[in-house]
Design a protein around this ligand. Structure first.
Ligand code: SAH
Ligand code: SF4
Length: 374
């Protein structure tokens, strides 16, 4: 289902697109710069606060653009490690944005850095069998403005935590595009959003501290390799052979490993950065030593870092995480070959970084409420 908002989000405009748009309406070029400055440097969230803009112009802007494309619904904290922000969009859809305070995910170091995990779609069309985000299919793509605004919401929430200091996005160490949705299935919007996040006139967040995770859309990985952005790439591998991967990731039927691996190499060659292979460990599905050996060989071939993630159980799905012992033995196969590997050891399921679960719960509660009040 496509959602066409009556107004487009101001946070989805680049300096160039806004300058061009304002020019058409007889406004000088410096107006766009002023607006960006209010949005991203002074971080105001109301048109009336943009006091150096003429009143009539502010009124016109308010008619043209949405300045609050997402609304904060609630935060769910988990053992002081993650904060999940549940956000509501203009059409009442829900998305999640997660702040992870420790340890780092996706980039391979274990320390207590702050990472933000953003969503790119409502639901997901890829249908991975283990994932809460894809359970009900794709509802719609997020717009670039909705993607960028998640980061503004994170800053606002951090401001509320430490009322005297204003939280700057730069105080976060990493942004990972690992929330709900397949980012490369919403390619133009995510590239535009990350351009805004990275730009000097925008949020000014370094591209090297941004990691995009994909389930493996081969043509889009190749396209991404040619973007000037310079972000990092993580691949959701989850199976070291087609046979195993196909069982849990339908995308592998379209783009099997024989196509995926050369595309990752192409990205490597163009960017010279270590790619991360994510591998969720699911009991009796992909956690055998044979899979570990095959994963080791792929990682060596790609000069990749491997991020092993014990599976987070999802209500209604049959999959389980293996025992710590079994996960350690799997990791040892990689360690023995000096493949850089991280095995996340959470306290229970505290670091529930797999987005989609809170949203699903809230959606279900809403549906149940609607059913009882009908
Ligand atoms: N669609 C993209 C990014 C979002 S999913 C992708 O698939 O890469 C982000 C990561 O969370 C992926 O590696 C995904 O496989 C993983 N994930 C999904 N459900 C999970 C679960 N229940 N437990 C652990 N990781 C999960
Ligand atoms: Fe979509 Fe990623 Fe979940 Fe697969 S793992 S269904 S691609 S969000």
């Amino acid at each position: 289902m496509k959602f066409t908002p009556t107004k487009s989000a101001i946070y989805g405009e680049t300096l160039d697109s806004l300058t061009a748009l304002l020019k058409e309406h007889g406004q000088p070029a410096f107006r766009a710069k002023q607006i960006m400055e209010w949005l991203y440097k002074k971080r105001v969230s109301k048109w009336e606060e943009m006091t150096n803009l003429p009143l009539a112009f502010r009124t016109w802007l308010a008619e043209q653009f949405e300045i609050t494309p997402t609304n904060f619904v609630l935060t769910k904290q988990s053992e002081d490690v993650t904060d999940k922000l549940l956000l509501e969009l203009g059409d009442k859809s829900l998305i999640e944005t997660v702040i992870i305070r420790a340890p780092q995910i996706g980039v391979g170091q274990e320390d207590s850095r702050k990472t933000i995990c953003i969503s790119t779609q409502v639901g997901c069309a890829m249908g991975c069998k283990f994932c809460a985000s894809g359970l009900e299919g794709l509802k719609r793509n997020l717009s670039a403005g909705e993607i960028v605004h998640q980061l503004i919401q994170v800053c606002l929430q951090e401001d509320a935590r430490t009322p005297r200091a204003r939280a700057e996005l730069a105080s976060f160490d990493n942004i990972v595009v690992m929330g709900m949705g397949e980012p490369l299935h919403n390619y133009d919007a995510i590239i535009r959003a990350l351009t805004i996040v990275n730009a000097e006139w925008g949020l000014g967040f370094g591209a090297r501290r941004i990691t995009l995770s994909t389930s493996g859309l081969v043509p889009k990985i190749k396209q991404l390799a040619n973007e000037p952005l310079g972000i990092r790439l993580a691949i959701s591998l989850h199976g070291a052979t087609d046979e195993v991967r196909e069982q849990i990731m339908p995308v592998n039927k379209k783009w099997p490993l024989a196509e995926l691996i050369p595309a990752i190499k192409e990205f490597n060659e163009k960017h010279g950065r270590m790619v991360t292979l994510e591998f969720i460990l699911i009991e009796n599905i992909n956690d055998s030593l044979d899979q570990a050996q095959k994963l080791r060989d792929i990682a060596i071939d790609l000069h990749a870092h491997v991020n092993l993630i014990p599976y987070n159980t999802v209500e209604g799905l049959p999959w389980k995480r293996p025992s710590n012992n079994r996960s350690e033995r799997f990791a040892d196969v990689l360690r023995d070959a000096r493949v850089p590997v991280t095995l996340r050891r959470e306290k229970g399921h505290a670091i529930d970084a797999a987005c989609g679960q809170l949203r699903l719960k809230t959606e279900k509660t809403r549906q149940a409420e609607a059913a009882t009040s009908a």
